[in-house]
Ligand binder design. Structure first.
Ligand SMILES: Cc1cc2nc3c(=O)[nH]c(=O)nc-3n(C[C@H](O)[C@H](O)[C@H](O)COP(=O)(O)O)c2cc1C
Length: 407
């Protein structure tokens, strides 16, 4: 049975040039068994008519806050209570701003305030509008409140510009609604490590690496969206903490290991994306070492190996590691996979343009303990996170099946 069967979806359509694409979304949801109530903003009506949606959904289309399609029911409260998901597609810059501040000046915004249903938002707009700090700020606010965003794709826009702002395609939007209805990682306890570690040399200096933490934070954020209970153990980064994750901040590799071990008993999956310093200074200078003419030799000693330690006490957990390499990528990743008792490793060539440290994109190869390999094209770190979590879901399912068979 489809996850949409018998579910009540409120589909808000706003005044974007992409409004016509909402007809396809309404149609696919209806075909999949959902009951779809379409709400058009006044501006959406300039682009599409209610006739289309009424014919597709075979239900009244709602526009005016004061309309009462069912007698004795206040429409917005009744609809808000019944909804399993409020999907807004396409969402204009205007609706994002209104939702972020909690305005309720028409039916759609009033519904959005009155519902406790999961909210899925698929924006569509001109690239400059999308990238505007006001819009990005509103997106962040709404994400922090738990809204699930289907980010716009890049491509040729109706205005002739090329860039981000195109409404995501229907399958991607439907899969986000599916995630909202049945979060695939619900009940899964996940530990993610992220960022660099810093190994102090004296009171003001440290050894570190250029990891920004973006990959690990994207994994933590996506896992929360997919229903996981996430603990993020993070080295120092400049990133906003992912909404909904429990965040433990550490500095050195030893502190990261201690923080991981503290929660290890209570987790089902570990994704270790942190760039941990392999070495630390043997002695830490007390206070700040003053500048002088003489040489300063710093002796380095190995840090504890976090992944190896976790791998040695793996139990029934799923362990995923990252291998950031500059040469012999797959050979080195394969070696690490075996040595550290991992189920899956993400091999990441950090010498390439647009991949690895600090970039917003990544090009990775997934290597499974079973010998399977999958090379992913260059994609955003958020998309890499989605692929990786899909692989984790598959591993959890396989582990459950094996356990069931041996019980
Ligand atoms: C031809 C045309 C296309 C538009 N396309 C978009 C769009 O894709 N995204 C967007 O945010 N605004 C777009 N706008 C501007 C919105 O329609 C405008 O901000 C309006 O106030 C949105 O109202 P609503 O959010 O209540 O539907 C467009 C306007 C016009 C005239």
């Amino acid at each position: 049975m489809s996850v949409f069967e018998g579910k009540h979806i409120l589909l808000g359509v706003t005044g974007s040039i992409a409004a016509y694409k909402a007809a396809d979304i309404a149609s696919k949801l209806t075909q999949a068994g959902a009951e779809v109530d379409v709400v058009l903003t006044e501006h959406a009506r300039r682009f599409v008519t209610e006739v289309t949606f009424r014919a597709i959904t075979r239900r009244p289309v709602l526009i005016d806050l004061f309309d009462e399609p069912e007698e004795r029911q206040i429409a917005h409260i009744h609809l808000a209570k019944r909804a399993d998901v409020l999907l807004i597609a396409p969402a204009t810059a205007n609706i994002l701003a209104k939702l972020a501040v909690g305005l309720a000046d028409d039916l759609l915004t009033t519904l959005a305030l009155a519902t406790q249903a999961k909210v899925v938002i698929a924006p569509a707009m001109n690239t400059v509008m999308w990238q505007h700090p006001a819009t990005q700020h509103n997106v962040r606010i709404l994400e922090e409140r738990g809204a699930l965003f289907v980010y716009p794709a890049e491509g040729m826009l109706a205005c002739g510009d090329v860039g981000a702002g195109k409404l995501a395609d229907t399958p991607t939007i439907l899969s986000a609604v599916e995630t909202a209805l049945a979060p695939p990682l619900r009940g899964v306890r996940l530990l993610v490590t992220a960022g660099p570690t810093e190994e102090p040399v004296d009171a003001v200096r440290h050894l570190s690496n250029p990891s920004s933490g973006k990959m690990g934070y994207a994994i933590a954020q996506e896992a929360v969206r997919q229903g996981a209970e996430v603990t993020l153990v993070t080295g120092p980064t400049l990133l906003d903490p992912p909404a909904g994750a429990r965040v433990v901040r550490v500095r050195s590799a030893q502190q990261m290991l201690d923080a991981c071990l503290q929660v290890y008993d209570g987790v089902d999956v570990v994704i270790a994306a942190a760039a941990v310093s392999d070495y630390r200074p043997a002695e830490v200078w007390q206070g700040k070492r003053k500048k002088g003419e003489e040489e300063w030799t710093i002796r380095l000693v190995p840090n504890p190996d976090i992944l190896r330690t976790l791998g040695e006490r793996k139990g029934g957990r799923i362990l995923v590691g990252f291998a950031a390499e500059t040469h012999e990528l797959l050979e080195n990743a394969q070696k690490k996979l075996l040595e550290k008792n991992l189920d899956l490793i993400v091999a990441n060539d950090v010498s390439q343009e647009g991949t690895g440290f600090r970039a917003d994109t990544n090009r990775v190869t997934l290597l499974w303990a079973s010998g399977r390999q999958e090379q992913l094209p260059l994609m955003s770190k958020r998309e890499v996170a989605r692929h990786l979590l899909q692989a984790v879901c598959d591993l959890l399912r396989a582990a459950k099946a094996t356990k069931g068979a041996s019980a």
